[in-house]
Design a protein around this ligand. Structure first.
Ligand SMILES: Nc1nc2c(c(=O)[nH]1)N[C@H]1C(S)=C(S)[C@@H](COP(=O)(O)O)O[C@H]1N2
Ligand SMILES: [Mo]
Length: 192
């Protein structure tokens, strides 16, 4: 099977390139958790160990990954926990409009709540049937299939519920606040 159409300005990558800022973090199983914090209904912070995350119901999503610097890698099968599942377990206050997805070392990406709860958005533990590799985000990475790659933090550690939008790591450094590859929302100067 050949690839489907690519978003405007994208080129087909060879294989699955690795792209990120900074070093690959080491995984510390005793210290690792996934937290949901910020504007939850109760104000409480929720926390899961990796075993607890792995025990949650999972979904499988097949998608391409579009890096905003140009390469698109195709046909990734991700398995993990849907954004909607996390929302049911940790309900947001009614005023929540956006989330910040936080990774190790302070990498972050802001999303509209509707991007996070889109049916195909997931926190992946597996790729093509195998545990994620370290350089691709082990033990957990966010995958938002309908947005550019920078909207999907590898080494995901937290979801912050926000009652107003705030820019994440690349969004503060010249990349588009929304990041829809199909309408070429690549750079912040393209924002209205
Ligand atoms: N923690 C973290 N996650 C990150 C990044 C990063 O710099 N740090 N880069 C993003 C970008 S720009 C892209 S294109 C994808 C690349 O994912 P890949 O290396 O699995 O291809 O990871 C995203 N997730
Ligand atoms: Mo990227």
């Amino acid at each position: 099977m050949g690839p489907g159409p690519l978003p405007p300005g994208q080129r087909l990558a060879k294989g699955w390139p690795v792209a990120h800022y900074g070093p690959v973090p080491r995984f510390h199983p005793d210290r690792w958790n996934l937290q949901v914090f910020g504007a939850t209904t109760t104000g409480d912070t929720y926390s899961w160990t990796l075993d607890e995350v792995s025990a949650l119901p999972g979904i499988t999503v097949v998608t391409d990954l579009h890096c905003a610097s140009g390469p698109t890698s195709t046909d990734h099968e991700f398995f993990g926990v849907a954004g909607t599942t996390l929302l049911e377990l940790a309900p947001p206050a009614p005023q929540v409009t956006h989330v910040m997805a936080w990774a190790e070392y302070g990498y972050s990406a802001n999303l509209r709540l509707s991007d996070f709860t889109s049916a195909r958005t997931l926190m992946a533990t597996h790729h093509n049937g195998e545990q994620l590799t370290a350089e691709h985000g082990f033990p957990l990475r966010l995958v938002v299939p309908h947005l550019y790659g920078y909207k999907g933090p590898k080494w995901l550690r937290g979801i912050e519920y926000m009652t107003a939008d705030r820019r994440g790591f690349w969004e503060e450094r010249g990349f588009h606040n929304v990041g829809d590859p199909w309408t070429n929302q690549r750079y912040s100067y393209q924002e209205e």
